[in-house]
Design a protein around this ligand. Structure first.
Ligand SMILES: Cc1ncc(COP(=O)(O)O)c(C=O)c1O
Length: 388
């Protein structure tokens, strides 16, 4: 075989309990899903507000298809930037208070594009150690000088910034997430923002998991009362659709529109996604959805404490249970599936070595009874595996 390393590395993945496989489920965006003729309670979806299957959102997608067709017919600088795209960008400008917004087909493309386009070998990039793979990969692939600061550690970030006096030729960009995807905790945004102002550094916030949820749906930056230089958020989590946006000063957006290859050379989001996204962002601002989700998160944490589950200090819809060992995390996920609970084992390299986990995600569409079933099943499984 020409690519001998393919079989070698796949064998290695199996041997290290790192092998990844896809399961074609029906209803992955709902509280219950079906897989191979069996039903499961689903605690692995990022559709935190249950908007992916909301009737209003679905009708908005259908209306957009009827009016504009299924695809947009081109990349944004050719024919792909339609009136719906412009409407959504203008809507997001108002919502975020930024003077410029552009849409990307995914958060991965947005993060990769921003880093690859804005930073050069003369610049300095500081990232929270737990930032998403899209940010880390882009930083590593770029010629920029990159350092990681300890998770949510403002003192460590201060040290790294002050160890390097700013020169006129150099730009400095600090990137953090608003809500961390694998731990569910939040960044100290106000402190990081102040530090960036004092040290003349730019701040970028990836709010994939806070947009639609925090700050009455407007996001973590709005909640913290800050306006970062660059805000990236995705539509694939709480908004329940797909795609992403970057919001910044209009000059930054114009620069990206002119030079970002990830944007220029890619077909724009389809009208149906845009139609659904516009409807969904509006629904994500309804108070009752947030109250319901908060109540369910509180209920889960209360039950988890009663059953002595080792959960992390997270107040968000992301509630990870650390298992440690990948093999045990896979075994726990298998046993839970046998009990009708769908929870994905998250393993290195997605998370640090020795911190494999079951990443529980709650949705406003769950019920307290479903959460009770999750907690009792989880407790039984962890006891049977002698994990706690
Ligand atoms: C923090 C964070 N940033 C970026 C992304 C990438 O977004 P997308 O799924 O739209 O590519 C994700 C999603 O996995 C994420 O969790």
């Amino acid at each position: 075989m020409v690519f001998h390393r393919i079989s070698q590395q796949l064998a290695q993945q199996h041997a290290s309990d790192g092998y990844r496989l896809r399961r074609s489920v029906d209803g992955g965006n709902q509280p219950s899903l079906r897989y191979q003729h069996s039903g499961y309670l689903n605690f692995s979806s990022n559709d935190y507000l249950g908007l992916a299957t909301d009737e209003v959102v679905k009708q908005a997608a259908i209306a957009a298809v009827n009016e504009h067709g299924a695809g947009c017919g081109g990349s944004p600088l050719v024919t792909g930037h339609g009136i719906l795209h412009q409407y959504l960008e203008d809507f997001l400008k108002d919502l975020t208070g930024q003077s410029g917004v552009m849409l990307y087909t995914s958060g991965f493309a947005a993060n990769s594009g921003v880093i690859a386009t804005l930073l050069t070998k003369d610049d300095y990039l500081l990232q929270d150690k737990l930032n998403h793979a899209s940010l880390m990969t882009a930083g590593r692939d770029s010629a920029v000088k990159m350092k990681r600061f300890a998770h949510n550690d403002v003192a460590n970030l201060t040290t790294l910034l002050s160890s390097k006096p700013v020169t006129s030729a150099e730009e400095r960009l600090v990137i953090t997430e608003g809500v961390f995807s694998m731990d569910g905790d939040s960044a100290p945004l106000q402190k990081i923002y102040t530090l960036c102002q004092v040290s003349q550094s730019w701040l970028m916030v990836d709010d994939a998991h806070g947009f639609g949820i925090n700050g009455q749906g407007v996001g973590s930056c709005h909640q913290a009362g800050i306006k970062p230089d660059i805000l990236m958020a995705t539509f694939g989590k709480a908004i329940g659709t797909s795609g992403a946006f970057v919001a910044a000063d209009q000059a930054v957006i114009e620069y990206l529109v002119n030079f970002c290859r990830h944007y220029i050379y890619s077909t724009s989001l389809s009208p149906m996604v845009i139609g659904a996204t516009i409807a969904s962002i509006k629904l994500a601002q309804q108070t009752w959805r947030h109250q319901k989700l908060e109540q369910l998160i509180g209920h889960f944490k209360h039950q988890a404490a009663i059953y002595g589950l080792n959960i992390m200090p997270s107040d968000s819809a992301i509630q990870p249970v650390i298992i440690g060992d990948s093999e045990k995390a896979l075994a726990a996920a298998d046993l839970l599936r046998q009990q009708g609970i769908w929870l994905t084992a998250i393993r290195p390299p997605t998370v640090a070595k020795g911190s494999a986990r079951l990443r529980i995600t709650l949705s406003a569409n769950h019920t307290t009874a479903e959460i009770d079933r999750l907690v009792t099943s989880l407790s039984d499984v962890l006891l049977s595996l002698e994990i706690q």
